[in-house]
Design a protein around this ligand. Structure first.
Ligand SMILES: [Fe+2]
Length: 284
């Protein structure tokens, strides 16, 4: 398999294009839709650059996958599904995230919370057969309940579970997040063979170091600054909970989630054609 990464410096997000070099069948993981807060405008500069690469390589995009419902950026899933006729895929526990945030935004009964905005929602252990290769879903909750690690051969796309060893692990204070579950999810990743490669959804470049996005299971087990293979569960959970108690919400969270729980589709326009994002004042 070939992997090409795309880095969005505005949100430190890494999008992956993964494709079979023989058949050119590929998938895209965690694409970003840009948001210009000063002009209150979404745009597709990042997505356009990814599309140029897909077209130049001749990749036939079969699916767009989310590792989870992102709180720090808008998803470009709708852009790529429409442009390439690709399947939209997310973990099956998306329904729990939808139900929670439908209430936060007051979306009412008209908003489906059954995951039907995606083409496929995969449970733990289910796989998606794309012909030349398959993708296996591993439920890795903790950061959010719907977090899913996508396995393609010896490659693991972990989303926000773990980051590079010098940055550590994901926060667990979002609704239905759990430091205990994150610990168990990371231990699950550590049971893959040491040479398997973990690809993260973000890299925050601590200390201004060069961008990194991939690391072996063995390197994480030996050097992750917050959770190595021998870190006791109680120690990690206590540390994570104390750390999370001091964190602010991501700047784009309440704007982005109402789009991301719709698989990247925008809220319906009013009679004049104007679309709105809602912000629940005082709710968090
Ligand atoms: Fe996240």
């Amino acid at each position: 398999m070939q992997v090409q990464h795309f880095f969005d410096p505005a949100t430190s997000t890494i999008t992956y294009l993964v494709f079979d070099p023989v058949s050119l069948v590929g998938v895209l993981i965690d694409p970003v839709l840009d948001y210009d807060a000063r002009r209150v405008r979404l745009h597709t500069t990042s997505a356009d650059a990814v599309a140029v690469a897909i077209d130049a390589l001749g990749v036939r995009l079969a699916a767009v996958l989310e590792t989870h419902v992102h709180a720090d950026h808008f998803s470009a899933m709708a852009f790529f599904r429409e442009r390439y006729g690709a399947l939209g895929v997310i973990g099956a526990r998306i329904t729990e995230v939808q139900a929670h945030f439908a209430a936060v935004y007051g979306l009412g009964a008209a908003f489906p919370t059954d995951g039907s905005q995606w083409d496929r929602t995969l449970c733990d252990g289910e796989s998606l057969d794309l012909g030349p290769f398959e993708i296996i879903a591993h439920s890795t909750p903790g950061h959010t309940p719907a977090c899913t690690t996508w396995q393609i051969g010896e490659l693991l796309f972990v989303g926000d579970v773990i980051f590079m060893p010098d940055f550590g692990t994901a926060r667990c204070d979002f609704p239905a997040g759990s430091a205990e579950q994150l610990y168990d999810s990371i231990q699950r990743l550590y049971r893959f063979p040491d040479h398997f490669r973990l690809h993260t959804c973000h890299d925050y470049q601590p200390g201004g170091r060069e961008l990194r996005w991939v690391c072996t299971v063995g390197e994480q087990k030996a050097t992750n600054k917050q959770l190595g293979s021998d870190t006791p569960r109680e120690d990690f959970v206590q540390w994570r909970q104390e750390r999370d108690a001091g964190l602010n919400l991501p700047a784009l969270m309440l704007a982005a989630l109402q789009v991301n729980i719709r698989a990247g589709a925008l809220p319906e326009p009013d009679a004049s054609g104007q679309r709105y994002l809602k912000l629940p004042l005082g709710r968090f």
